[in-house]
Design a protein around this ligand. Sequence first.
Ligand code: BTN
Length: 326
Amino acid sequence: MPHKVKQHILKTLRSSEGAWVSSESLRQPFDISRAAISKQVRGLREKGYRIESSPRKGYRLFGRADVLAPESLYLHLEGTRFAKGTIKVSEVTQSTNDDAKQMAAEGCAEGSLVLADIQVAGRGRRGRVWFGNQGDSLLFSMVLRPPLDPMRCGLLPLLVAVAVREALNELGIEGVGIKWPNDLLIDGRKIGGILCEISTDFDRVEYAVVGVGLNVNNDSDTFPEELRLTACSLKMATGKPWSRLEVLSEILKSMDRLLRQAWSGNFKNILEYWRGATLTSGNRVTTTLPNGQKIQGTALDIDDSGALLLKDDDGKVHMLTSGELN
Ligand code: BTN
C-alpha cells in the first residue's frame, strides 16, 4: 500500500507540472489521513524527490534531484561508451532485460541502457522472479556487443560483479563479497544480482544483454516476507540512503574501464580481482547438476573461463559452467 500511495503522489505531482496539489486530493483515493500523506512525502524526499509543502496549498514537485533521467545520466557518463548509446528510462516496464534485447535486435549501439523504476516481470537467474520496489532499487540493463568468441562470454557476469563491487568500494561501501557466479552480498545477505543473456549467430556474438538489480534504498520491511532474512540494501548495510544516480554512474564508469580490458582479450586483472573478492573459494558447497545429481564438496577456485572447480567428497574435481551453490 505505501508504494501505491507514493506512486499516486508522484504521478499526480508530475502531471500537475510544478503547480500546487492539495493534500486532500492526494489522500482521497486511499481514504487515508493527511499525516499519512505527509509521511509518504517524507519518504519520497529521502529518495531525492524535491517536494515543497505548504500548510495551505499542499504539495508541489520541483526539479528532479535523484531521479534517473537520460539528461543527467548523459552528463555523468561523458567519455564512456554509455554516453554514446541510447538511454531509455521507464517508470514501469515488464523487464529491462526484455526491453534491452529488443533494442539490441533492432541494432542499437553498444552501451545502450534501459532503466526502470518498477518491473512487473523482473527476471532473476534460473527462472526466478526479481523483486524491486519503486524508486528504491536500481534496475537496469545494458546492451553490449562483445568482440569475443561466444565461449569466453561466460566471463561477462564475473566482470559485471567485479565492476559493481569496485564501484561500491569507490563510494566507500566496504564488505561487498561475490558468491559464484555473480551474487553480490554484504554480511551474507544478497544486495544485488546479475542476469546475462547472450544472442549468438554461428560463432559470433550478436549481442549480450546484462541486467543488474541492486537494492539501494530498500528498507527491510519493504522486501517480501520470504526475502527479509536473506536480502539487504546499501541503505540497510550503511545506515544511510544513497543517490541511485551516483551509484549507477559509478558502476557504469567501472564497467566501461573493465570492458576496455576485456574487449582487448585481457581478463587477467578481472579474474584476479574476482578471486580476491569471492566468498566461494575454500568453502564447502552443495550444487545440483542439470541432470538432478547433487554434489557436495569444496569449492577450489575458478578457471580462466570463469567455471567453478568443485572437488567432491571422493576427490573428483567437477567443472561447473553454470548453476547455483548452497
Ligand atoms: C539474480 O537472480 O540474481 C539475477 C537478478 C537480475 C535482476 C535484474 S533487474 C534488471 C534486469 N531485468 C530483469 O528482468 N532482470 C535483471
